[in-house]
Ligand binder design. Structure first.
Ligand code: SAH
Length: 215
């Protein structure tokens, strides 16, 4: 049996660790980590490990990212209240929930997932957690999601062979995109020019699609 007090203790310990390591910085991002119940985004078998700093399997050969990675990417993305965000790779919906919490009710996040079963799971998880500002679409997000473009921010939680042109196109001027190419994470900033900054090494499952890997 999972003890709620143990989970809450594990959650605080994880947040403390991420702050101490200098990964979690912004007050509203720390608050989002406090509010979003990660135990509701992992498979039942892994609830006791919901606040371990590891990725966990979510079925279909995919994973919910390591909390450290979610924290690092969220800080790098620099999300603001009221923004419109596209996530590529909904998976469990956890990263989308963190962003939905930060952007608030006036913001909107669209999260694309290519595997129907995972999209259904992400949608159920986000509904249960009460994030009506998050919408899950079954779509090849390697081409972005033109229907809701342009976006203030785009986050890709799978590893791409190169930066998909569609994503840069669907980003607003002044917008930011965080994406991992093979195992190198980059921040792409779009202004009159497109600026690319290396952020560090991270491992992700492959981005599969028209502007991603072929399989
Ligand atoms: N952000 C997720 C972790 C995602 S794992 C979380 O918080 O749990 C990466 C996900 O990207 C996988 O579910 C995989 O199916 C999905 N994916 C891979 N290529 C994709 C594509 N072209 N479009 C949409 N989703 C894709």
């Amino acid at each position: 049996m999972t003890d709620v007090t143990d989970l809450m203790r594990a959650k605080e310990a994880l947040i403390y660790e991420l702050i101490n390591e200098g990964v979690l910085k912004r007050e509203d991002i720390i608050e989002a980590f406090r509010k979003v119940p990660r135990e509701d985004f992992v498979l039942a078998d892994y609830i006791d490990h919901a606040y371990d700093n590891y990725p966990l399997p979510i079925g279909e050969g995919q994973t919910i990212s390591q909390p450290l990675t979610v924290a690092f990417m969220t800080e790098a993305l620099d999300p603001k209240k009221g923004q419109k965000i596209l996530e590529v790779g909904a998976g469990s919906g956890y990263q989308a929930a963190i962003l939905a919490e930060i952007i608030g009710k006036k913001g909107k996040i669209i999260t694309a997932e290519r595997i129907q079963k995972l999209a259904d799971m992400a949608r159920a998880n986000l509904n249960k957690a009460g994030y009506s500002n998050a919408e899950v679409v079954v779509y090849d997000g390697s081409t972005g999601y033109e229907k809701e473009a342009p976006y203030d921010r785009i986050i890709v939680t799978a590893s791409a062979p190169s930066v998909p042109n569609s994503l840069v196109k669907q980003l607003k001027k002044g917008g930011k995109l965080v994406i991992t190419l093979l195992d190198e994470m980059f921040l792409i900033e779009k202004d009159d020019k497109v600026k690319k900054t290396f952020l560090g090494y991270y491992v992700f499952v492959p981005l599969i699609g028209k502007e991603g890997h072929s399989r």
